[in-house]
Design a protein around this ligand. Structure first.
Ligand code: SF4
Length: 54
């Protein structure tokens, strides 16, 4: 089956995010962006911008 978008299980330990349940992300869609500009040098510069505090 050809899917337009991939889907995957996302494990996340940001427990105060409203999408987090038992260490998994239940957001309908996840967006990750670089801290600044259009690229990241390491994982600290790649941020989940879907995060919303509970
Ligand atoms: S939206 Fe981001 S921070 Fe929140 S549970 Fe999902 S991956 Fe974690």
């Amino acid at each position: 089956m050809n899917q337009q978008h991939p889907s995957m299980e996302v494990m996340c330990h940001v427990h105060n995010c409203k999408f987090n349940e038992n260490d998994y992300c239940f957001a309908p869609k996840l967006e990750v962006n670089p801290l600044q500009g259009s690229g990241a040098s390491n994982s600290k510069e790649a941020l989940c911008t879907t995060f919303q505090p509970r």
